[in-house]
Design a protein around this ligand. Structure first.
Ligand code: 4AD
Length: 428
């Protein structure tokens, strides 16, 4: 019985007879007696040569693109093949022959909506499947970093009564006779767990009922949220910097092939001490460019991108007007009107991290919750941290899809997501 090998490991099997399990990615006839296939197994692509005297040739000949099959053959290095290696088939077994309609499913000029309808087929493509594999790597790098820094991963609930980021984008869900919400962020839970396990994080879905369509907004996204205790604002910013540097370093070390496929030639490990700009300095920057922004107003997405593209490197925006920010932000000691908030902007995408220091005083957090009209009983599990052993603490959220969009230089967040959710899109 031949060894079953994954294409990603094929270089370790030169000269051996192996078996691969996969799908026909491309098929063409070469003369009258030979087929050239590109076979995909999810871990990679390889060229397969099949002569007509090989067992199973007729079955493969009659199959279509995306047919599933088992190939047994000998591996050789082949400089001419775009995949570097070739398998000379000794036998082939078609598991399912696919259908000729596969050729009509997606066309080079298919519209964005059709491509989204057929996302389950689009993801079989070289770039989309590489994006999925990169996302898997990114999650590993984040976990490696957290292990290195001694954080514990926990699993918070998705159904909640807490509005972490304000009422406007909450997703209500019928909860027997009550209403629950899909979580907008797991931050409040991370704060509540901190005294139990120390520095903590989760990687969990967050939901936002976003009505606007942009290149970086999803209704459902994957969210890495670390929360750290006994720290100050400077410590938090440094941790976020190290986090980004770690991710980029590991990507450059391990994922050069994926970067090549996406033609990303300019990814560099950012120098430590990222550029920082206060909100007030950002407003000045815009004014100097002749762009008026009402002081105190949110900096809209396109402006944010313009600012970071101008510098061409990651930029922390810090110290925002407190009234722009959620109830939980700690204020600056010397100026109560400013929140100790930070957003990390990166070129081409804009914000990939949002976070800051949390208000850790019991009376103040109760006052803030009253100001937003919250039912204090619903937040008791949250405010008790301030009652029983409060500490200065802070954290942030990093959007996984936006980070993939940035690293792979994708044009739209839909290309950084398995099955994106937008307004009017709940399929597939
Ligand atoms: O800035 P945000 O809203 O911060 C929070 O939710 C904090 N409670 C997180 C925390 O401190 N633990 O979101 C954080 C990040 C953003 O920087 C962005 O990367 C991503 O989450 N994000 C989205 N990604 C895709 N689609 C959306 N609609 C997103 N909204 C936020």
């Amino acid at each position: 019985m031949e060894k079953i090998v994954r294409i990603s490991n094929i270089q370790d099997h030169i000269g051996e007879t192996v078996q691969i399990h996969g799908w026909i990615h491309l098929k063409r006839e070469h003369g009258k007696h030979m087929l050239f296939l590109v076979v995909r197994d999810g871990t990679g692509f390889i060229q397969v040569v099949l002569r007509d005297d090989v067992k199973g040739y007729d079955e493969v000949f009659k199959s279509y693109r995306e047919a599933s099959l088992i190939i047994t053959g000998t591996v050789s290095k082949d400089e001419r093949s775009p995949y570097g290696y070739e398998i000379r088939a000794e036998s082939a077994k078609v598991v399912s022959p696919s259908q000729p309609t596969i050729e009509e499913e997606i066309q080079p000029d298919s519209s964005v909506d059709i491509l989204l309808d057929k996302r389950h087929l689009v993801i079989r493509g070289e770039k989309a499947s590489a994006m999925l594999r990169y996302t898997d790597k990114l999650l590993r790098y984040i976990r490696e970093f957290c292990v290195e820094r001694g954080l514990t991963e926990v699993i918070p609930p998705i159904l909640t009564k807490a509005a972490c980021e304000g009422g406007a984008t909450l997703f209500p869900v019928k909860y027997f006779d009550d209403t629950a919400y899909l979580t907008q962020s797991s931050q409040l839970y991370m704060e509540a767990v901190l005294p139990a396990v120390g520095d903590v994080y989760c990687i969990q879905k967050s939901f936002r009922m976003e009505r606007h369509r942009t290149r970086r907004h999803l209704l459902e996204y994957y969210h890495f949220e670390p929360e750290l205790g006994f720290i100050d604002f400077e410590d938090l910013i440094r941790f976020a910097e190290d986090n980004i540097i770690y991710i980029v370093k590991r990507t450059l070390e391990d994922d050069y092939k994926i970067l090549e496929l996406f033609e990303v030639h300019d990814l560099e490990v950012p120098r430590s001490s990222f550029k920082r700009m206060t909100y007030a300095e950002a407003i000045e920057f815009f004014n100097s460019k002749g762009i008026d922004i009402d002081p105190g107003m949110d900096i809209e997405e396109s402006k944010e991108r313009m600012l970071v593209d101008h510098f061409g490197e990651p930029v922390f925006l810090i110290e925002f007007p407190a009234k722009q920010k959620a109830f939980y932000f700690k204020r600056k000691e010397s100026d109560d009107r400013l929140a100790l908030a930070m957003d990390l902007l990166v070129p081409t995408v804009g914000e990939i991290i949002g976070g800051g220091m949390r208000e850790d005083d019991y009376d103040t957090i109760i006052k803030r919750l009253n100001e937003i009209g919250a039912n204090l009983e619903d937040y008791r599990w949250y405010t008790d941290f301030r009652k029983y052993g409060t500490v200065p603490h802070g954290g942030y959220g990093l959007g996984i899809e936006r980070t993939v969009e940035w690293i792979l230089r994708l044009e739209h967040i839909r290309d950084a997501t398995l099955f994106p959710r937008f307004i009017n899109r709940l399929l597939p």
